[in-house]
Design a protein around this ligand. Structure first.
Ligand code: FES
Length: 128
């Protein structure tokens, strides 16, 4: 009886310690992140532009556009889930559009670029 117990016990120990995560390691990796995408920082200063009243503009919110501060559609491949912010100024005007992409008053600069998290952050540079 003791021999049978020892044999079963050793098999249980062997199975338990040799195969503890067989099912977990075989499972495919799944991205469970639901956090919204974050923009990169193409400039740490606002960009002065002259806008035409009644004309439709699209401000880049992801930071990947090569036509800063305006959207060129690059978000479709580099920042899925983000898109340009469309706006129409009421009249001709000269404004400062946000270049750091972290303003709380999109598309206009609100001074957020002066905060430490922007000042100390790396600047995004187009590589392609
Ligand atoms: S450039 Fe983004 S808040 Fe000023």
């Amino acid at each position: 009886m003791i021999a049978l117990f020892n044999k079963l016990h050793s098999r249980w120990l062997t199975f338990t310690f040799r195969h503890p995560r067989t099912a977990a390691t075989a499972a495919p990796k799944v991205n469970l992140s639901t956090a919204p995408p974050k923009p990169v920082i193409p400039s740490k200063k606002p960009i002065k532009v002259e806008l035409v009243g009644g004309k439709r503009y699209s401000w880049c919110s992801c930071g990947y556009s090569r036509k800063q501060p305006f959207c060129d559609g690059t978000h479709k491949t580099k920042a899925e889930g983000m898109k340009g912010l469309r706006f129409v100024p009421e009249k001709d005007s000269t404004v400062w559009l946000c270049g750091c992409k972290h303003t709380n008053n999109s598309p206009y600069c609100d001074g957020t670029h002066k905060q430490d998290f922007i000042v100390s952050a790396p600047l995004h540079e187009c590589t392609d």
